[in-house]
Design a protein around this ligand. Structure first.
Ligand code: BTN
Length: 250
């Protein structure tokens, strides 16, 4: 692994409730920036919108990275989502070059419309800056069978690739990309991250259906605000939505 700080302090646990919760517990001890907590199995893995993240034991990537992005104001926390999503996207895209890999706003990673990875960022804010952040990443790598009941069909690297790719190889690549993108963010090169995020964005500038307030509308994604709201054009008007306000129809 060729990084300066991401993954240098690496804690691997056989079993934990949630790597994000474990990492949050280390913040009070001032764990070094880039500390990674990874696990073979989580008994209470956390997903977005209070969902549960379930994953078979020992075959996928479940990890949390500790960051101290004190250079960011609380209004710009979505920059972190963009940076982490792009890093995970670059990783999946690298190992599945023949597939259509996309970031589904705000930060799911899809392969041909199926979910391969999810991200849960938990930020600790001060009045004028982000004190710390825990970037939790779950990626399906070796799992080949999934239970029913997912909103979006899951997939994994093994299901999408004819090659056998080790979890460690993918993990190390992810750390390198994340470090590169984090350093870009820290040095103010957000425009480049933003451009790449949009390039990878699922249904960007395509017509599709969205469920908003109980109704289905035809809309077109025009962009993503700095604050993270989705900019949709509906009936030739530009409207902005938070994650709670809009749902992608299949
Ligand atoms: C989602 O798509 O809903 C986000 C899923 C995030 C799951 C990862 S697995 C490692 C880390 N620890 C957690 O408890 N959640 C994240």
């Amino acid at each position: 692994m060729n990084t300066l700080f991401i993954g240098k302090n690496f804690i691997h646990l056989k079993e934990v409730d949630s790597t994000n919760s474990f990492a949050s517990g280390l913040l009070s001890e001032q764990a070094p920036e880039g500390t990674v907590i990874s696990a073979d199995w989580q008994s209470a893995g956390k997903g977005q919108r209070n969902a549960v993240w379930k994953s078979n034991a020992g075959c996928n990537l479940m990890l949390s990275v500790i960051l101290y992005p004190r250079f960011l104001s609380p209004q710009k926390t979505f920059d972190l989502n963009r940076m982490v999503s792009l890093s995970v996207w670059e990783t999946v895209h690298h190992f599945l070059p023949d597939r259509s890999v996309n970031i589904k706003w705000p930060n799911d990673i899809l392969v041909d419309g199926k979910k391969i990875a999810g991200i849960l960022l938990e930020n600790q804010l001060e009045a004028s800056r982000v004190r710390s952040a825990v970037a939790g990443i779950g990626m399906n790598v070796l799992q080949k069978e999934f239970p029913d009941g997912f909103k979006r069909r899951p997939t994994s690297v093994s299901l999408e690739s004819s090659k056998t790719i080790k979890r460690e190889t993918i993990r190390d690549f992810l750390f390198e990309r994340m470090e590169r993108n984090y350093l870009k963010l820290r040095s103010g090169q957000m425009a480049s991250i933003d451009k790449n995020y949009l390039h990878a964005l699922y249904r960007y500038q395509e017509d599709a259906d969205y469920r908003i307030g109980g109704h289905v509308y035809k809309g077109r994604i025009i962009g993503v605000e700095r604050s993270g709201r989705l900019a949709l054009e509906i009936d030739q008007k530009l409207k902005y939505f938070t994650i709670k306000e809009v749902e992608f129809c299949p």
